[in-house]
Design a protein around this ligand. Sequence first.
Ligand code: NZQ
Ligand code: ZN
Length: 415
Amino acid sequence: MFKLGLRAAFGRSRFVRPVIREMEDKDFMQNFMYHIPTKVHFGRGEIGKLAEEIKAWGTRVLLVYGGGSIKRIGLYDRVVGILNENDIPFMELGGVDPNPRITSVEEGVKLCREHKLDVLLPVGGGSVIDCAKLIAAGTLSGSDDMWGIVTGKAAIGKVLPVITVLTLAATGSEMDTSAIITNLETQEKTGPSNPGMRPKVSIMDPEYTFTVSRKQTAAGTADIMSHALEVYFNNNKGAFLQSRFAEAVLKTCVAYGRRACENPEDYEARANLMWAGSWAINGLLTKGSPVGWSVHAMEHELSAYYDIVHGVGLAVLIPHWLRHMLREDNVWKYVEYGVNVWGIEESLPDMEIAERAIEATGKYFRDMGLPETLRDVGVDDSRFEVMAKRAGAGLGKAFVVMDEGDVLEIYLRAF
Ligand code: NZQ
Ligand code: ZN
């Protein structure tokens, strides 16, 4: 055991709060493998790179999209125009729902297999991209059990290349290895993570997000914040750099989330949110420390049963999750969060900084117009026990190890 003092220039309070911490062996940055090969074309007009990127990866495209937003913003016509001008054959799978269904995956796999399509081109938000990733994995799997692939019962082998055109800043799916799918029959929402599903190329033009509604903008910002917070709140004091990266992502959301809600065509706000969304979950923040993903586990139960907007569910749960985990011996992390992200006066008592930081987080969500309780989003209390049991099963790596009893308490407080 030894003592370490750290001070670095960062943030509104000028300095990261000086930390004198007891360090143990477990506190050193853990070994990791870092490989994020997604090529990103970021900015206005970058869709112009689409044809050359598709040609580098395949010959026959499945264009995947949602309920029609890309048609309303003219992006569908632009993409189809590019494909036609470049003689790239394609088929379409439209109508992918938010919280994408396994039935859309099955439909897409059928199209790819029957027509020998070899590149997935999702144009949309996380739901569309996740659906395309599972189609890409399912097509070459040799299995007809797509739900088995989602749950991990059937193995993922080779995966078709995925090239995304992102239209909503939120999930980070455009640069990560995960895909989350809903099965309405079994009321399950889950998904695998596989390096092969990481998009090969992502085209990210912030202007495409100008039309995202206030509600989805706020929900997306809460999702990005949740990705950063669930990584940031961990017990490893040695991954200092990752904590500062996480604070940068969080500060970006605080600076621009509300601004984008109020002025949807603010390019600076949209661009910063878009890039923050990618970096929150592409591996930069997560490597080097254990990650619990506890709020996500709790939220996925809510959207599996009630089909609510993912980021809305997270925003309701986060303040209660933070408060539930707060202890005298982990308050140091809340102090870092309060001082470095929210600019709370560092001379205040630690517990007061923690309380103010939790309060500021909830207030920010409310200021963006997000609901405050589960009741407000149409969730009733009839299934809390069964949801808590399912969510509580995998929370051994949470900042404070939690079980189904903890989850139940958080649901009840959020109700
Ligand atoms: O369906 P369309 O018509 O495209 O409309 C969508 C949808 O109604 C709309 N939208 C998207 N871009 C728009 C737009 N409306 C106007 N203008 C635009 N430019 O927004 C609505 C929501 O879209 P969706 O794709 O569902 O949102 P999001 O990107 O938040 O994705 C949520 C899904 O991703 C999963 C969530 O659980 C949820 O199923 N997640 C995926 C992750 C991953 N792959 O790593 C991690 C996340 O934590 C998350 O779990
Ligand atoms: Zn999320």
